[in-house]
Write a protein that binds this ligand. Sequence first.
Ligand code: IPD
Ligand code: CA
Ligand code: CA
Length: 258
Amino acid sequence: MDELLNTAIQIARQAGAILRAGFGQARSVDDYKGGIELVTEYDQRSEALILAGLQAVFPDHQILAEESGQIDSSSSYCWVVDPLDGTVNFAHGVPGFAVSIGLRHAGKPLLGVVYDPLRDELFAGQQGQLPTLNNQPIRVSTVTDLRRGLVATGFPYDKASNPDNNGIYVVRALPQVQDLRRAGSAALDLSYVAAGRYAGYWELRLKPWDFAAGALLVQLAGGVITDLNGSDAWQQSGSVVCGNPIFQAQLLKVLQAT
Ligand code: IPD
Ligand code: CA
Ligand code: CA
């Protein structure tokens, strides 16, 4: 297990170094996947390094990576990779992006690593242990009063065409919480909840690579995650509401307007 985690950490750091070197280069906006969803040269370069690194050590493992899709095998291990979470920030020269690497075994999350290369912050965790930030144990916030909690959210790429674009939930939550952030990296938002920086976070329709690492960190740090209906089956929809158990329940209530 330590070999798996250490490999993920090493590769996340190497990928992070690529992003750090490319950050702020004039031409990083390379292409659009359709609509407003960007992909840069650095999404591709980071992913190529991660895939090569994982395949060199674990040649039989499956991989699900944002830019390459599913690489199948008969292995029960599946790495879930977001090579650059926070592409819009990155492409505009705004700090706030990360590498995210999660590992599932037989469908269940086993470990997660989120690396913020500009701040050199490495969030890591594996089943059965408290997660860490730069090797120091982290826990979710102890704030139980919504008005004292800093909360984060994000907006889906289809926000212009899909009316279920989080606007209504922002309207409901904004007056109730201490303040609200839209920082632009779901993996970091989740990691910040795990580290007790954000008391809560919600977002709709995340992709597996957005949450594979960060959601496990939240749970290992003592946090609770449900979807917007309060269901534990949040992985299916990718819609998440999280925080410590008391804060999460209150935030969920406000979002549901019940
Ligand atoms: C996005 C970021 C953003 C979140 C979007 C994600 P990307 O990932 O995590 O914070 O709001 O839902 O798609 O495209 O930068 O990897
Ligand atoms: Ca992402
Ligand atoms: Ca990405």
